[in-house]
Design a protein around this ligand. Sequence first.
Ligand code: GTP
Ligand code: MG
Length: 148
Amino acid sequence: YQRTFAMLKPGVLQRRISGDIISRIDRKGLKILALKMMVIDKPLAERHYAEHQDKPFFTELVSYMTSGPVLAMVLAGEHAVHQLRVLCGPTNPDQAPPGTIRGDFSEIMNRNVIHASDSPESAEREIGLFFTDQEIHEYEDDNDKWIY
Ligand code: GTP
Ligand code: MG
């Protein structure tokens, strides 16, 4: 299987929509290997979004991402990276169709509710930033034969 990294951004806990979002991920069949609540500090936010450091929205992005608790997750599945991106929908909520997480729960680009890794390489890099190996759990799941 493939691993991906997801993060429910600040505001999701306050809006009481974390259960709904996790439920969508769960029902899809992606397997939760790790999940934790944390407040990320500025250096971590900057490393996580390092690819955007020269963009005009970078400062605002880092300040928003450190403004409240997030839920960070490691997910696994046959095509976990792509499938999570599909569940999330496009970056800009104006383009995100109903039925996607961003389409259903967000209004503007800088408050688009969820982060999802954009490639298997990004996923492994981001998982390494947020989790130790001990925090990631391999466990048996008899449902696998019904999902795959
Ligand atoms: P993430 O899963 O959060 O990484 O989103 P993404 O992969 O769909 O988009 P990208 O990595 O390009 O951008 C990271 C985040 O920066 C987005 O989720 C937006 O919140 C924000 N962002 C991206 N492009 C813009 C932009 O043009 N303007 C503003 N204000 N924010 C942007
Ligand atoms: Mg991205």
